[in-house]
Design a protein around this ligand. Sequence first.
Ligand code: F6R
Length: 243
Amino acid sequence: MKIIYAKDYGDMSRKAANIISAQVILKPESVLGLATGSSPLGIYRQLILWYEKGDLDFSAARSVNLDEYWGLPADNEQSYHYFMHHHFFDHINIDPARIHIPNGMAPDAAAECARYDRLITEYGGIDLQLLGIGRNAHIGFNEPDDHFSKNTHQVTLTQSTIAANTRFFEREEDVPHQAISMGMQAITQARKILLVASGEDKAQALYASCFGPVTPQVPASILQLHQDVTIIADEAALSRCPR
Ligand code: F6R
């Protein structure tokens, strides 16, 4: 694991955007695994700026998002479909036919999960997977458990994840309790993984993920087994990690 110290959120975002930018320049048809949440917002803003300047072209890129709330339609402002379009896709020239996010309204969750895994396989896997990390070390919505979930799956969110995500909703009772998440196979088979983290509330999860035992109780610890992981985090998030 390569750990890169960033001065602050802006520095973290620009450094990470540089890596994604290089990926798209080197391989325009890259399959980008993308995340939602507060952590990648600055990255998306930076990539949009470079696109607007004419430095980046996403016309051949393909994207597969990590997860989606179960039961939220794409036009719901809290859905990850809405988030990704609002904060990124609507501002760049990616082909809408090459944007993929699990369908949280699919009639059959198991069939939707299988479809999503097939799609990733047909794409030849993910070239660069962008990850945030939960306070409980979840990646995607792979929550702490007694096993790692291999495939895309329907997941019941932990109380701590529901509480953390309440900030995006008007009331805690509006936060969906279930989601569809990419599993560990697609994530760990990504050729490159880029994880970003910012803030003191991620410090324990980051420390345990990088330096603790590899265990499904700390989902991001599985990344220790991957050959090409870059972590970009600010001082607060890295405050418990040895330098
Ligand atoms: C989002 C996702 C989650 C987040 C994590 C951190 O698509 O998969 O694992 O990356 O919950 O969220 P933020 O960045 O909001 O702290």
